[in-house]
Design a protein around this ligand. Structure first.
Ligand code: FAD
Length: 552
């Protein structure tokens, strides 16, 4: 953490953070949410929009847990049909359209190809039945409905299948997103509706009065100061850490979490040039995605039981070998050189433990835990279903608070000036592309800026003219200024990992501009030399984690 030993002086830009902490310690809230992943963010937006006074605290950065480490799909979970999880598939399947509607710049429709081979588990009939059920359960309409492709059609749609012994393919619609950006957009909207959201603020203890939990003790990691916050209701939305906090108030009996690790690798697009996402089966009857994005292809995921340090999760050599072996087995001639893997990420699934089940068979359903002292905890579920998960828990909180307002997040569009639909997003990307300097990859930069920042892309571009270094650096510094001002960025890692995803998808820019960003943060935040060094060390260590598998 960024200031372990030093008692830091409060500096210019952290003033807002400090004021929030001070204000929060003087306020009695209706609701405190612990955890700033997508679940906590969704709860904050739902609650605040029902007029519930809400405080959210996150121990590191927003989305620093599982919510920046997923496959980054807004999807119905086709494979859960195999586990007969019809309700889950129907719920999240329907949510795809809702999440696309509320954030069309951030949730991009795409077609996924699902090939079946002579030797694989999937066959024509089973694929047809699964995709038909999927369409039906999720109310899929029009051009998004599944198609079945012949061998020739499949090979034309995806030339990488050309030399494979496939028997055909299913072709269906899913959505690609950026999990951390979705989380931060929901957080920003929650704040707009009146919630207070604070990062780098860890809950260390619960405050009890009689038998009821009525507050939390926290430590602010930017100043090492302790605070107490009070509320009528407290929700533990800490994902993989849910049981760690539950244990502070009760002995856990019955249902509990089992964590599984999921790893993704990122390679240059040319190494594995899939034209659209491919979903293929593995030798051990699992499924793997290969997804093209901004000049790279990312592939994942693994699913292995995890019992080690939850704060230090990274891809090992075994994880990476598993993924590359599966690609080699399936795609034959495609060969991924380990030295060309430019980044990886690893996340923990907070699944609900069931006796005798293999990790990949455990349900992805969410679960609400009621503690005797009133603490509510929620875990499990999917990024895709965050809104309905939030609704379920806020319904309970609202009832306890005698608040009769209903959930209306289905209608709350994300972003300051939201897009009407995807057609408008595409038009906007084109218009931004034309305005970008010709020295840059205009198409890539425009897609990146609009996906991440919506119509604020134009603001970032305009403000880049106030710098005079190079086109690439001017745009980057303008982006940095924007996220510091609007998105509570406190460290280099917040910028490179959670706000921009560059550590995964644009690693060249991280390597090239690491020092420049650290310098800029230093001048804005007025850091001491020690703070500046700690910041640089932290991001370098995060970079190392993404290629740690090369050392193991
Ligand atoms: P988290 O994001 O982990 O948030 C919990 C937060 O609580 C963390 O930020 C943590 O720092 C904070 N916290 C912990 N302790 C404290 C404390 N004491 N005080 C304050 N804060 C604390 N779902 C999909 O829909 N689509 C996908 O493509 C998909 N792919 C996935 C792939 C993988 C490999 C994995 C692991 C999951 C995937 N999921 C996917 C599931 C999805 O990512 C998760 O369901 C979701 O991100 C969980 O969010 P969360 O907010 O519950 O947990």
């Amino acid at each position: 953490m960024y200031c372990e030993q030093t008692q830091k002086k409060w500096n210019k830009m952290h003033k807002v953070h400090r004021n929030k902490l001070k204000q929060a310690s003087k306020t009695k809230y209706d609701l405190i949410i612990i955890g700033g992943g997508i679940t906590g963010a969704g709860i904050a937006l739902d609650a605040a929009s029902r007029g519930i006074s809400t405080l959210l605290v996150e121990k590191k950065d927003f989305a620093s847990g599982t919510s920046s480490k997923s496959t980054k799909l807004i999807h119905g979970g086709l494979r859960y049909l195999k586990q007969l999880e019809f309700k889950l598939v129907a719920d999240v399947g329907k949510e795809r359209a809702v999440v696309h509607h509320i954030a069309p710049n951030l949730v991009h429709p795409m077609k996924m190809i699902l090939p079946f081979t002579k030797t694989g588990k999937l066959g024509k009939v089973s694929t047809f039945m699964a995709l038909t059920a999927y369409d039906w359960l999720a109310n899929v309409e029009g051009a998004d409905k599944k198609q079945m492709l012949s061998v020739e059609e499949a090979k034309e749609v995806e030339p990488l299948l050309k030399d494979l012994n496939i028997k055909g393919a299913g072709y269906y619609a899913e959505y690609r997103t950026d999990d951390a950006r979705l989380t931060i957009e929901v957080i920003k909207k929650a704040q707009e509706k009146g919630a207070t959201c604070i990062n780098y603020c860890e809950v260390t203890e619960f405050i009890q009065s009689g038998k009821k939990v009525e507050g939390v003790e926290v430590i602010d990691h930017l100043s090492n100061q302790k605070f107490s916050f009070k509320a009528n209701q407290i929700v533990n939305a800490t994902g993989p850490w849910v049981d760690t906090l539950r244990k502070k108030v009760e002995t856990i009996k019955g249902k509990r979490l089992q964590l599984t690790k999921g790893v993704h690798i990122v390679i240059p697009f040319d190494e594995f040039p899939v034209k659209q996402p491919v979903y293929f089966d593995t030798s051990d009857e699992r499924m793997i995605f290969a997804i093209p994005r901004l000049g790279v292809t990312y592939i994942g995921t693994t699913d292995t039981v995890y019992t080690k340090n939850m704060d230090e999760v990274y891809a090992t050599k075994e994880d990476v070998d598993y993924i590359t072996d599966q690609v080699h087995t399936y795609f034959g001639k495609t060969f991924i050189k380990k030295s060309n893997i430019q980044s990886t990420w690893a996340g923990l699934r907070p699944l609900i433990y069931e006796d005798g089940k293999d990790p990949s068979e455990l349900s992805r359903k969410d679960e609400i835990f009621h503690s005797k002292n009133g603490l509510l905890s929620i875990a499990g579920g999917k990024l895709t279903g965050y809104r309905t998960m939030s609704q379920r828990i806020v319904d309970i909180v609202a009832k306890r608070l005698d608040n009769s307002k209903e959930c209306r997040t289905e209608k709350i569009k994300l972003g300051k000036e939201p897009f009407k639909n995807y057609k408008e997003v595409k038009k906007y990307i084109k218009s931004i592309s034309k305005k970008l300097p010709s020295s840059l990859d205009q198409k890539l930069e425009a897609e990146y800026l609009v996906s991440n920042y919506g119509k604020d892309a134009a603001y970032i571009l305009k403000k880049s003219s106030s710098f005079n270094i190079s086109d690439a650096v001017n745009l980057l510094l303008s982006e940095l200024n924007y996220v510091i001002k609007n998105e509570m960025v406190m460290t280099s890692a917040d910028f490179w990992i959670r706000r921009t995803g560059r550590i995964y998808f644009r690693i060249d820019t991280v390597n090239a501009f690491l020092e420049i960003v650290n310098e800029r943060l230093n001048s804005i935040f007025d850091w001491t030399n020690e703070q500046k060094e700690v910041d640089l060390k932290e991001i370098k260590s995060e970079l190392q984690k993404t290629i740690e598998f090369k050392n193991s």
